[in-house]
Structure formats: structure tokens, C-alpha cells
Design a protein around this ligand. Structure first.
Ligand code: UDP
Ligand code: MG
Length: 311
């Protein structure tokens, strides 16, 4: 019989986790041609999430849990889930029921029908999310695609079905800062979309405040693109050109007498500010990449598991 793992990262999800489990269970019970399991990754929750999932796991041996030693973030949580997954197929899904578990059978069906290795879920509609969230997401996906060297499907989160081949390849990725949807796109094989409507969060608050979103967006951009470096170089070229023209203008103007060089206070200030800005910006971009190198060279673990249950 084929095996299926459902990977659910959870951080402070006490308000939704029981409902999440019961909806997942219902779906898995209907899929009786699969031997399935749920892997909850408790990402250092500080509320009653750990307690609730542990209780679920004592009553249901198909439920496995990884408890992190602290909050490491959504991407490390999903990564840990994939690392511990030994099934033929895995579904990555959020705990908050924004991604409806009921479409999992259709994902499997699509995968089989198309003989694909990945079915990624594309948000056709997003219900109950704030204007800001939708706007930032829109800007993010569009600019990522412009910047990135692999094309990453628009409006696609981590909600997807992946098969054994992809799971095995994913485990070979050694980078610490993981941008999972990018990596899976990068891996290749046959990947097909599945359109769905993203619901509102079942209960509780988003666990992605602006700080985490920015961190996520920077990892995505810097790990998947060297375009910021190229843009910085381009900017350097442009300013050098401007500099040359300005110097010529000033020089010739001085000789011929049209530049009023002595009254040039504003132009000096403008140039200092402009070139200073460009330099700082360029150094900043370089610094970001050096920061990544620093993080990667330290070679720290991506996450620390405090306890495993039912493994
Ligand atoms: N999550 C996590 N660690 C974090 C933040 C979020 O494991 O540090 C989980 C969270 O419990 C949820 C999923 O990642 O299952 C997506 O988070 P959320 O729904 O808050 O993000 P949003 O849908 O608002 O982007
Ligand atoms: Mg959510």
C-alpha cells in the first residue's frame, strides 16, 4: 500500500489545532487506499499547542510529533517535517485551515492523472485576508519572479503535494536558509498547478508579523538571485556615467565660462548626497550577501528537536 504523510507546522495554534486534526482525520479516513500519517511540527509554541497535540498523539498512533526546542520559524518547521518523512507522498499544509484539507484527494488524483511529481496549489481567490496581506503578497510574488533566476509560480504558497523523488532530492539541500517553494521549483521534474480558494484563518491570529515576512522575503530573494548584486553594479555604472558628464560639463564650462562654478553649492550637495546614497546602497546589498555567507559558514543546525512522539 502507498504511504502518505501530511506535514503540519504549528506555532501557537491552540485555537485551531483540534479542528485541524479532526478535518484532516476525516479526509484521511476516506482515503483508505493509502496508509497515512500526520506529522505535526510544534515550532516552539508557548501556548497549549504542545499539550493538545501530545494528547491527540496518545490516542492516535498515526499522529507523529516533532517538538522544537524553541521557535525556529515556518520554513525550518516544514523542512524538519520533510526530513523526517519516509512516505511515498507528502502534503505540506498550514495548521490554520486556510488551506482546505478536503482537496487532498483531488491533489493525489491530479498527480496520478498527470503523472506529475509535484502538485502545487495556486490561490485563485483569497478570502478573509487583510488588504495589506494581499498587497504585500502580490508585490512579493511579482518581484520575486522578476528577481529570481528560476521561475516560481505566482500566488503559490507551500501548500502542495510532493512525491518520493522530490522528497529525496529535497533532503540533499544543505543550505540553512530555506525558501521551500523556490527549492521545490528548482528541483524540477513534472510540476502541475491546482487552483483553489484560500479560506480565512479558522481562528487565532496570523503568526507571520511583518518582521517574519520581511525575513522570509529577504531569504527568498537573496538565496534565489544574484540580481540585487547586478542591479547594484548597474547603478554603479550609471552613476559613473553621470559623474563623467558632470565633470566634463564643469570643466568645459569653467574654460568657456558658462558653468558659474563658484555658485555651485547646491550641485555639490546634490552630488554628495546622490553618490553617498548609491555607495551605501551598494555596500548594503553586498553586506546582505556577506551576512548569508556568515550564516551558512557557521553551519549551525537549522532546527533543534527536543522530543519526538510516535516516531
Ligand atoms: N508557523 C510556524 N512557525 C512560525 C510561524 C508560523 O510553524 O514561526 C506556522 C503556523 O502555525 C501556520 C503556518 O506556519 O500553520 C502559516 O502561518 P500563518 O497562518 O500564521 O501565516 P499566514 O497564513 O498568515 O501567512
Ligand atoms: Mg495562515
Amino acid at each position: 500500500m502507498e504511504t502518505l504523510s501530511i506535514i503540519v507546522p504549528c506555532y501557537n495554534e491552540e485555537a485551531v489545532i483540534s479542528e485541524s486534526y479532526s478535518r484532516l482525520k476525516k479526509v484521511l479516513n476516506q482515503m483508505n487506499d493509502f496508509q497515512s500519517e500526520i506529522i505535526f511540527v510544534n515550532d516552539g509554541s508557548t501556548d497549549r499547542t504542545a499539550e493538545i497535540v501530545s494528547k491527540i498523539a496518545t490516542n492516535d498512533i498515526r499522529v507523529k510529533i516533532l517538538h522544537f526546542s524553541r521557535n525556529f520559524g515556518h520554513q525550518p518547521a516544514v523542512t524538519a517535517g520533510i526530513h523526517c518523512c519516509t512516505s511515498d507522498f507528502a502534503v505540506i499544509i498550514d495548521a490554520d485551515l486556510q488551506d482546505p484539507p478536503e482537496i487532498i484527494p483531488q491533489l493525489i488524483e491530479t498527480l496520478k492523472k498527470e503523472q506529475a511529481n509535484v502538485v502545487y496549489c495556486v490561490r485563485e481567490k483569497r478570502n478573509g485576508e487583510s488588504f495589506m496581506k494581499k498587497l504585500t503578497a502580490r508585490v512579493f510574488y511579482r518581484s520575486m519572479n522578476y528577481l529570481s533566476e528560476v521561475s516560481i509560480p505566482l500566488d503559490t504558497g507551500d501548500f502542495r503535494l510532493i512525491d518520493r523523488l522530490v522528497i529525496t532530492e529535497f533532503k540533499r539541500f544543505r543550505e540553512k536558509g530555506k525558501y521551500i517553494r523556490g527549492i521545490i521549483s528548482w528541483i524540477g521534474f513534472k510540476q502541475v498547478p491546482y487552483m483553489y480558494r484560500r479560506d480565512a484563518r479558522f481562528a487565532g491570529e496570523t503568526k507571520y508579523p511583518i518582521r517574519k515576512m520581511l525575513h522570509f522575503a529577504t531569504t527568498a530573494m537573496l538565496y534565489f538571485s544574484q540580481k540585487p548584486l547586478k542591479i547594484a553594479t548597474g547603478l554603479g555604472f550609471v552613476t559613473v556615467l553621470i559623474g563623467i558628464f558632470y565633470a566634463l560639463w564643469a570643466l568645459v564650462g569653467k574654460i568657456v565660462g558658462f558653468s558659474h562654478a563658484l555658485t555651485g553649492w547646491s550641485s555639490i550637495i546634490i552630488l554628495i548626497v546622490f553618490f553617498g546614497g548609491v555607495q551605501l546602497l551598494t555596500v548594503g546589498v553586498l553586506g546582505q550577501y556577506i551576512g548569508i555567507l556568515f550564516d551558512e559558514i557557521k553551519d549551525r543546525p537549522e532546527y533543534i528537536i527536543e522530543k519526538k512522539e510516535n516516531f
